[in-house]
Design a protein. Sequence first.
Length: 133
Amino acid sequence: LKTGGKVLTILPTGQDPLITSFNFVKASGEFPCLRDFKPLIDYSKFDDLPALIAKIPFKNAKVDVFTHSVPLPSLDIFRKFVNGLPFFQGQVPDEQIPIINEALVKAFELECKKKYYGKYQFNASIYVVTAEK
């Protein structure tokens, strides 16, 4: 990046219903095939993103987190979302995917019952990194 060059990067935080539901299901131990599963993104690398960005020699660097919340009209919307993603392909036996996907839906439903009194709230956060060299 040249002096005066600018950067704008958008990154997922990993704090969305798919990932939190996945972490819950994986931690349950119910699906041994998830023991060695590695999501495409290792969100733990973003745990201290501002500190990581601060190490890069920029004049100005800023990390913001934006969260958007979408009320879902039904649990079936989340189910269709989960079933439409190629999240497990290549690492989990194909016959296990629908069963695990339904476990993700159940985990999301349980979280919604606890946090939102049964309303299906889809909360997603992103990091927005802006910087100038």
